[in-house]
Every structure is written in structure tokens, then in C-alpha cells.
Ligand binder design. Structure first.
Ligand code: PLP
Length: 388
């Protein structure tokens, strides 16, 4: 029998890193010491008090059963309390918070609840690929909103044609932004909310990097703006804040109908987060946040190290205000894929071509700061010697 994949899988964009992977493997086979600055996965361990809580909670038989799909009331309360103390936003833990098996799960499932075939979904370009993939899985149509340097990597909402805005059902935003590292202003969020209201568009804000910020400039939650709760939902992750990518825990908060819609999908496709992990999540959210502060200091030091090396190599970078990524312009005459390939060939350092995040990522590559200090120092020394 011929096994044929569904169109939604066949239509997935080609794997953009195939060429880089081929080169990486060839270099490895020749014994090269590869350093990957390609992936945003913290090298730092999960703080010990969170691990200890999981150990203790894993021994409790009450946690061995199916969890509540929407999250334990205590986990949702901890998320709401964290929101109140961090952003000054009050949430109803029962109706305005849902736990997620990592924010990726919620982001991928959101269109199942709200996007019908043919509905337009506005996605940032460059952007986290799951916005577009989740849309495509539901037969939605992706409209790419370019993020350009001259517009501080914010989408130009006035450039969205009226017919597109009319057909749009949902819009994704992400600040602090992966991959450009930009942050959003209060004015921008205000405009986006007004735009969403005017065109009846659901506003989804991905705030996975809200706690990885520099120079004391704390990014805001878009729910701090009046009217946000009428149109929007915000996605949070414990992955980056507490170095918990492998644990798979996050949450979404905001408009109760949007939270309920997402919850309805979850009741039908998964059964929520392992309760012992939720207990550890509670410990993360409600304990002293000193570990988050130390993480930020480490990333800020690494950011400065990388910026210095890039400048020495004559490369132009966007100075990140947040996230653990550095968005770097291609040198003249090279496209993103060839720039990333040249860096790999000359230094054995893996970076991500901007086009991996959408066509408007052309012109840039992304460096990630999530490798141990000694490896980053080695990568930086090699980059300083680059001659492009
Ligand atoms: C912008 C953005 N959103 C969401 C996620 C998903 O994170 P998680 O599913 O670990 O919460 C990532 C992961 O890299 C990301 O970069």
C-alpha cells in the first residue's frame, strides 16, 4: 500500500536548515569542533528549588492520575498572582487562565478553536514558525506582516490592505520578539488593540520572552492596556524564564471566551500538564525571582560579549533590549543562507539564516546566546577572526 501523507503535512514548507545541516555533518565528520548558536534552548539548569519541588510532587500518588485539562486551580492561581505582581493585571484564575503543555501547544491549538478554512491570519514575518504552521493546519490563509528595521521591527498596521483586515480572524504578535529581539511600545499595543477592535480580529500575543530583558527595561504585558481583554489572549512560557524547556509548561491568559475556546480544544486532544510539573511551576512562579535576575545578568553579559565580537568582525547587529537572540545584518553581497554557510565553514559556528523565520528575514541571521560561557567565548574568538 502507498502511504500518502495528508496535504497539510505535504504542504509544510521545506526544511530550511537542510543545507546547513549537511555542511555541519560534513564538518563534524572531518573532526571540526562545532558550536551551535542556532537554537534558543537555555544551557543553564532549572533552578534547584524547582527541581526539588518536582521530586517531592512526583512521589504523591494524587499527581499520578489524569490532570484537569485546564490546569490545577492552584497553578492557575499562581499564574494570576504572578501576573498581578509582575504587570499589575488582575485575572480571574478560574476563567481567564489556562495551563499549557508549553506555550507552543497553545499557539498551535489556538487556530483549531478560532480559524475556519479560508480565514486570514495575520502573522509577523520574520516570526516563530508555529503561527503560520498552526494556521495552515486549519486551512487558514497566512498574511505576512513584515517586521522591518526602519519600523523598529513592529508591523506597519496601516499597510495591511482593508480587504485583508476585513477577512482576518486572528493576528499574532510577539514581543519581546523572536527572532529580531525587538520590544514593543505601549503606543504600538494601543494601536494594535484599536485595529483588532475596528476589524473584529482576535489578538494573540506571544510573550514567551517577557522576562529575558536587559538594562532594567521591563517589557509590558499587552493586557496592561485598556480594552485588551475584550479582544486578546497572551501566551506565557516557563521555558525561557526558568530554564524549563524540557518540562513543557506554560499558560495563556486573557479574554475568557478565548481561554475557554482553547480549553475546549485541549479537552479533546490532550489532558493537560502532569500535576507534579504544575506543582514545580507553582514553585517557580511564586518563589523569590532571584534566579530569573541571575539568568538575565548572564544573558546580558553574553550579549555584550557577542556584540563586541561582531563589531570587531565588521558586522552590524541590532542591540537586543530583550530575548537571548542577536539579529545581525548580512554583510554586503551575501544572502542569509550563504552568510550562515560561510560562518559555519570558516568558524564551525552554527547560526540561523533569517529566512528560516519567513521571507522578510532575508538580510539577517540570528545568533542565540544559549551556550555555556566558555563555548560562547570560543565562538566569539572565532567570529572576531572572520573575514567576510
Ligand atoms: C516566540 C516563541 N514562542 C513560543 C515558544 C515556545 O516555547 P515553549 O513551548 O517551550 O513554551 C518559543 C520557543 O522557542 C518561541 O521562540
Amino acid at each position: 500500500m502507498v502511504i500518502k501523507k495528508a496535504k497539510r503535512i505535504q504542504e509544510l514548507p521545506p526544511y530550511l536548515f537542510a543545507e546547513i545541516d549537511k555542511k555541519k555533518n560534513a564538518l563534524k565528520a572531518r573532526g571540526a569542533d562545532i558550536i551551535s548558536l542556532g537554537i534558543g534552548d537555555p544551557d543553564l539548569p532549572t533552578p534547584p528549588h524547582i527541581v526539588a519541588k518536582l521530586r517531592e510532587a512526583a512521589g504523591n500518588p494524587a499527581h499520578h492520575r489524569y490532570p484537569d485539562y485546564e490546569g490545577m486551580p492552584s497553578f492557575r492561581r499562581a499564574a494570576a498572582d504572578w501576573y498581578a505582581s509582575r504587570f499589575g493585571v488582575r485575572l480571574d484564575a478560574d476563567r481567564e487562565v489556562v495551563s499549557l503543555i508549553g506555550s507552543k501547544e497553545g499557539i498551535a491549538h489556538m487556530p483549531i478553536a478560532f480559524v475556519d478554512p479560508g480565514d486570514v491570519v495575520l502573522c509577523p514575518d520574520p516570526g516563530y514558525p508555529v503561527y503560520a504552521v498552526g494556521t495552515g493546519f486549519c486551512g487558514g490563509v497566512v498574511y505576512r506582516m513584515p517586521l522591518r528595521r526602519e519600523n523598529a521591527f513592529l508591523p506597519d498596521l496601516s499597510a495591511i490592505p482593508d480587504d485583508v483586515a476585513k477577512a482576518a480572524k486572528l493576528m499574532w504578535l510577539c514581543y519581546p520578539n523572536n527572532p529580531t529581539s525587538a520590544t514593543a511600545t505601549r503606543e504600538f499595543f494601543r494601536d494594535a488593540i484599536a485595529f483588532a477592535k475596528r476589524h473584529e480580529i482576535i489578538l494573540c500575543h506571544d510573550a514567551a520572552y517577557s522576562e529575558i530583558y536587559f538594562d532594567g527595561e521591563r517589557p509590558m504585558s499587552f493586557l496592561e492596556i485598556d480594552g485588551a481583554r475584550e479582544v486578546g489572549i497572551e501566551f506565557h512560557s516557563l521555558s525561557k524564564t526558568y530554564n524549563m524547556t524540557g518540562w513543557r509548561v506554560g499558560f495563556a491568559v486573557g479574554n475568557e471566551e478565548l481561554v475557554a475556546g482553547l480549553g475546549k480544544v485541549k479537552t479533546n486532544v490532550d489532558s493537560g500538564v502532569f500535576q507534579a510539573v504544575q506543582e514545580a511551576g507553582i514553585a517557580a512562579l511564586s518563589s523569590d525571582q532571584g534566579c530569573v535576575e541571575s539568568g538575565r545578568a548572564i544573558y546580558q553579559r553574553r550579549r555584550d560579549l557577542v556584540l563586541k565580537a561582531l563589531a570587531k568582525a565588521g558586522l552590524k547587529a541590532v542591540t537586543p533590549k530583550a530575548t537571548f537572540y542577536v539579529w545581525v545584518e548580512n554583510p554586503k553581497g551575501l544572502d542569509s543562507a550563504s552568510f550562515a554557510s560561510r560562518v559555519l565553514e570558516e568558524t564551525a559556528v552554527v547560526i540561523t539564516p533569517g529566512t528560516g523565520f519567513g521571507p522578510s528575514g532575508e538580510g539577517y541571521v540570528r545568533f542565540s546566546l544559549t551556550v555555556a560561557d566558555d563555548r560562547l567565548a570560543e565562538a566569539v574568538a572565532r567570529i572576531e577572526r572572520l573575514s567576510l
